[in-house]
Design a protein around this ligand. Structure first.
Ligand code: KIV
Length: 275
């Protein structure tokens, strides 16, 4: 049976995990952005973004906090539901926020909320390697999981701030091991934040699942940015890996289109965006 959504835009098939696996196999870059509301979701869909993340970065760019720590499950469910209404083609992933996965049961309960109440197709959790059992448990319940490694904003108070991770040889080796462990546990996507480009390359080559990077160099299978950063809406100093796609674009629509083209062609990220 076809729903009205499947009939709408039927020449643009929704992105699935199989689409993303095929893109990795074919060497086609995955273009991804964060999103927090239905109006932006429509724009991202029109720009042909492949993966949309309702990130807990909403705590900073929407709610005005200094970190993502205050974000709650209710916050993410609310924004995911809004974004889901505006999307047709992109694959929708939503963050499990701080302390929403301290045990297997809580992780499952909250992943189910993101999918049933929010309409997410995949959940993302931050992992320093210790979350492999949680990933395995969710995967065992046929929930698509993205494991976020490298800089983990939910842990900034413990790790000492927003800084590049994996610069030292031991830390880099440990991150490669963690990524492999999470893949074996059933992670369907690995997201790498703020790590040296060489390490991003090594992890991408080691893994069979797609790897999406933010400040992780040009070699990952895809790129993601916080949409307010790349549209130059965020005020103040932005991370080195952010490119202002509004510059010379004239409109949000054109800037989003240019971002997708730059990711697909490999023009973004350029050397000045990498560590
Ligand atoms: O919350 C978020 O926006 C994220 C991105 C930085 C990938 O996790």
């Amino acid at each position: 049976m076809y729903t009205h959504l499947q009939l709408r835009d039927s020449d643009r098939q929704p992105v699935t995990l199989s689409t993303l696996a095929r893109m990795k196999a074919d060497g086609k870059k995955i273009a991804s952005l964060t999103c927090y509301d239905a109006s932006f979701a429509v724009l991202l869909d029109e720009a042909d973004v492949d993966v949309v993340l309702v990130g807990d970065s909403l705590g900073m760019v929407i709610q005005g906090h200094d970190t993502t720590v205050p974000v709650t499950m209710d916050d993410i469910v609310y924004h995911t539901r809004a974004v889901a209404r505006g999307l047709h083609r992109p694959f929708l992933m939503a963050d499990l926020p701080f302390m929403s996965y301290p045990s297997k049961d809580r992780a499952l309960e909250n992943a189910v909320r993101l999918m049933q109440e929010g309409g997410a197709k995949m959940v993302k959790l931050e992992s320093g390697g210790t979350q492999a059992e949680i990933v395995e448990f969710l995967a065992g319940h046929d929930i698509a999981v993205c494991a976020h490694l490298g800089l983990r904003p939910q842990s900034v108070h413990k790790t000492g701030g927003f800084r590049v991770q994996g610069r030292e040889r031991d830390a880099a080796a440990q991150m490669i091991e963690n990524a492999k462990r999470l893949e074996s546990a059933g992670a369907d996507i690995v997201l790498l934040e703020c790590i040296p480009a060489d390490l991003g390359k090594a992890i991408t080559e080691e893994l069979h699942v797609p790897v999406i990077g933010i400040g992780a160099g040009p070699h990952t299978d895809g790129q993601i940015l916080v949409v307010y950063d790349m549209l130059d809406i965020t005020t103040g100093r932005k991370p080195r890996f952010v490119q202002d796609f509004m510059k010379g674009a004239g409109s949000n629509r054109e800037a989003l289109k240019r971002y997708v083209e730059a990711v697909r062609s490999g023009a973004y990220p350029a050397p000045e965006h990498c560590f």
